[in-house]
Design a protein around this ligand. Structure first.
Ligand code: UD1
Ligand code: MG
Length: 532
């Protein structure tokens, strides 16, 4: 087992490095994070049977045989994270007490007074995170109602809100340039509203990750990308050598380095084909980690920019979440067993076939031989493709089928290959295209019936269709019947037609990475247009 071997070799090394750098909090934090990551990597597979025995399991709905996997494995990662952050407390504050011992005479100087405020901030962050992990686990075990999912993060964010209030109490916001003439002010004090805003941010972050979920790896993957983006921002700031606000960047790093470490280890077990599920515990834990960093690290606006895909997913989902359109218990994409031909491949094949066909047309017309083999059998391909209810693709397929029949006729004179040669060439081409032998299993957008949808819901769905972000199915009379479930995952499938589960996960992560680039562009290149 690779994880055990790597852990055996690298953990003594990390412990030695930790001892060496015990007076350097950032280096110590990196070593502790590495150890936490290794621990998660090793503990998760060991915990599978324990969780299953306790009834914490769920069916992997996007697989043909729907295997039952251990659920809520996020709690293992979160617990190891909390242990790592607790153990980091002495390393973080060591330099103050060792300095105090050495320079008793300097005790009166402010610079040597123990930073209780920083310790308070760090502890309140851990308290909020711990509460959220506990509440997330309760949700996994008890399957709480949605109203509790909104209330619980608000309660868990109280410790950080109090620390924020006592520590800074800054509730002023700089008014964007274009609003200054309306408000006749440069700065506005939001007072209590500011606390409502940051409290809502905690609720949003925790639930936003949870509703952009449902395929292997996506909850953890998006969290890793967001966390790495924030880490990159903090490191860039620290390297720039600007001492102003360096503490806040370090504070964020101390929370995010162990988070990334445990998340990467969890991702290893949760990515396609998943061996475990992370559960709501991980989604809440992850969302709260970002909220805590954004609030106490003073970068809530940048954090919201990094959450644009989640914000889009929430706004797009709103008609279902707020009951304007029926919302099934699960909105994750639907698994289909189908042709490995994607819409793009079909279009490319059509071009190739047309080109070859035009050359072979004269031969074919004089040839009375029958078409043989799967690829040349229009009815088989037709069954596979029409199962998607995609009218355009079906029409395209019909024309391809006709072309393929003539193409097969033209090829009929060529010597036939044996079955084993065919199998070999298929697996070679699969390897060449990077697909697995399970490449016939795809995800398509899942749909929901619009029976019982409210008039406002139907209006929004039509608007979505108008701007090309919804796939509506109509009956023969043109009445609206169904729509794709309103999630970003399904929307990507509406636009890309069909993808394997791992391709879909990779697309979502790519969107998240591109969004981070966009977020930093807005933050560091465009913000001066709004605030100068
Ligand atoms: C949220 C979504 C729901 C989505 C679900 C998937 C909303 C309002 N709710 O609900 O639409 O279906 O997350 O997590 O958007 N599962 C898989 N494969 C995966 C991950 C999960 O099949 O890769 C299934 C498993 O059966 C697992 C279950 O989803 O047991 C977990 O669902 P849960 O987290 O309880 O759903 P919610 O968070 O309530
Ligand atoms: Mg969930």
């Amino acid at each position: 087992m690779i994880h055990k071997k790597v852990t055996l070799v690298s953990s003594p090394l990390l412990v030695a490095l930790l001892w060496q750098f015990r007076d350097e909090p950032l280096a110590a934090c990196t070593c502790i994070s590495g150890l936490a990551g290794l621990a998660t990597w090793c503990v998760v597979p060991g915990a599978v049977s324990i969780f299953k025995r306790a009834g914490l399991s769920g069916a992997d709905l996007a697989k043909p045989n729907q295997p039952v996997l251990a659920e809520s494995m996020g709690v293992v990662a979160a617990m190891i994270y909390l242990v790592a952050t607790f153990l980091f407390i002495p390393a973080q504050f060591r330099k103050w007490w060792s300095t105090q011992e050495q320079t008793e005479l300097d005790m009166t100087l402010n610079s040597f007074v123990f930073p209780y405020d920083r310790l308070g901030e760090y502890l309140s962050a851990l308290l909020s995170l711990q509460s959220m992990v506990f509440l997330g686990f309760a949700d996994d075990v008890l399957d709480l109602r949605w109203r509790f999912k909104l209330i619980l993060p608000t309660i868990a964010s109280v410790p950080i809100l109090i620390v924020y209030y006592i520590g800074y109490g800054v509730t002023h916001v700089v008014v964007p340039v274009f609003m200054r003439s309306w408000l006749d002010a440069h700065i506005v004090d939001l007072g209590m509203l500011y606390y409502v805003y940051i409290g809502m941010m905690a609720v949003f972050c925790t639930n936003a990750i949870n509703i952009l979920a449902g395929i292997n790896g996506v909850e953890v993957g998006q969290s890793i990308v967001i966390a790495l983006s924030i880490i990159a921002k903090d490191i860039a700031y620290i390297i720039s050598g600007n001492p102003d606000g360096e503490y806040y960047h370090l504070f964020t790093l101390y929370l995010l380095l162990p988070f990334v470490a445990v998340s990467c280890a969890l991702y290893y077990w949760n990515v396609y084909p998943a061996r475990v599920f992370v559960g709501d515990t991980y989604c809440y834990f992850s969302g709260m980690t970002f909220a805590v960093c954004g609030i106490l690290g003073h970068f809530s606006k940048t954090l919201m920019l990094l959450f644009i895909p989640q914000i889009f997913n929430f706004v797009y989902s709103a008609p279902q979440i707020f009951g304007l359109v029926p919302c099934p218990r699960h909105r994750l994409p639907k698994m289909v067993v189908g042709s490995p031909l994607s819409r793009k491949t079909v279009a490319r094949l059509q071009q190739e076939i047309d080109a070859e066909n035009s050359g072979a047309a004269s031969d074919a017309s004089s040839d009375g031989g029958s078409a043989t083999g799967d690829a040349s059998n229009p009815s088989i391909l037709s069954d596979k493709i029409s199962s998607d209810h995609h009218g355009t693709l079906f029409t395209l397929h019909k024309s391809i089928s006709t072309a393929m029949t003539s193409f097969a006729k033209a090829k009929a004179n060529k010597p036939k290959r044996s079955n084993s040669t065919l199998r070999r060439s298929r697996s070679q081409s699969l390897r060449a295209s990077g697909s697995s032998p399970n490449a016939g299993i795809y995800m398509v957008a899942s749909r929901t019936s619009l029976e019982g949808a409210k008039p406002l819901g139907l209006l929004i769905i039509k608007l979505y269709e108008h701007i090309g972000i919804a796939d509506i199915e109509r009956d023969d009379q043109g009445n609206i019947m169904t729509v794709n479930n309103l999630t970003l995952l399904n929307l990507v499938l509406v636009l890309c037609h069909r993808l394997t589960e791992s391709q879909l996960n990779n697309r979502i992560l790519l969107i998240q990475v591109l969004n981070s680039v966009l977020a930093f562009f807005i933050r560091y290149r465009l913000s001066h247009l709004f605030y100068f």
